[in-house]
Design a binder for this molecule. Structure first.
Ligand code: MLT
Length: 263
């Protein structure tokens, strides 16, 4: 359904009841990446998932999309949906970057945090240059070349062999991201703040999930977050790459459910 939040109509899904868990997708994905979690978790909890600006069914607005802007959209969605109790915020990759911005701006919204396949640090100079190159290509040739390059590394090597239908599903989800959304999100990620200093201040229980074969973000990033966030657990998911919630949904769901039950 569409909700009005400030100057934008956000597409969101809202299922189940009880403790709220907000799912924030990665780049350049959308709500559909959370399909295995929405069904499973909404039997016990209220699960809200959001299509960020320019992704899925939420239309683009002029960029860049700073992580703070996207975090404020998430906060606005919770307010519009009448979520007054603190929620568990779950962000994957770019969704993790947004979760850090949300924590900096609205820590009172959090009862727990799930950080999946993400990192606290900012882009290196090389990563920034790569973003600039991807932006230039997307503006000139459209987003398809970027989607094709990303699709080669989003999943674990074994996933490409074992789950071809999942590869097709991910390709379909990528293709739903608008070109303006791609450029604006790349600009926002390129310029994002370093959240490393925030880690020691996070005072809610935190679950850190990382696919053992993630080809985009190394496991050392999750180990660093685990070392610095006081009340955190790190779980490594075998046979999964950068999208462990889609590649190993049963394991991801079970670890998430255990964490939610422990709060
Ligand atoms: C994501 O999955 O959200 C992106 O790979 C994150 C990034 O490009 O830094």
């Amino acid at each position: 359904m569409k909700i009005s939040a400030g100057n934008i109509q956000l597409n969101i899904e809202d299922h189940g009841s009880g403790q709220t868990i907000l799912l924030i997708h990665g780049f350049p994905l959308n709500i559909e990446m959370w399909r295995p979690q929405i069904g499973y978790l909404s039997a016990l909890y209220r699960v809200i998932a959001i299509d960020l600006r320019g992704h899925g069914l939420t239309p683009p607005t002029p960029g860049p999309y700073s992580m703070e802007l996207l975090a404020d959209d998430c906060a606005a969605a919770l307010a519009v949906l009448g979520v007054h109790e603190p929620a568990v915020i779950c962000g994957l990759s770019m969704g993790g970057y947004i979760s850090f911005a949300l924590y900096r701006r609205h820590p009172q919204l959090f009862s727990g945090l799930i950080l999946a396949a993400t990192r606290a640090g900012t882009d290196t100079n090389q990563a920034r240059a790569n973003r600039d190159q991807a932006i230039a290509v997307a503006k000139k040739q459209g987003s398809q070349p970027l989607f094709e390059n990303m699709l080669k590394v989003l999943l674990a090597p074994d996933t490409y062999q074992d789950k071809p239908e999942l590869v097709d599903n991910v390709a379909e989800i990528l293709s739903q991201t608008s070109e303006d959304g791609v450029v604006a999100a790349l600009e926002g990620m390129r310029d994002r703040a370093d959240s490393t200093d925030l880690l020691e201040q996070i005072d809610v229980p935190t679950l850190i999930l990382h696919g053992e074969a993630d080809q985009i973000i190394p496991l050392s990033e999750s180990e660093l977050m685990h070392n610095k966030i006081p009340n955190s657990i790190l779980e490594i998911i075998p046979n999964a790459g950068h999208l462990p919630n889609m590649e190993q949904p049963e394991v991801f769901n079970q670890l998430t459910a255990n964490f939610l039950a422990s709060l």
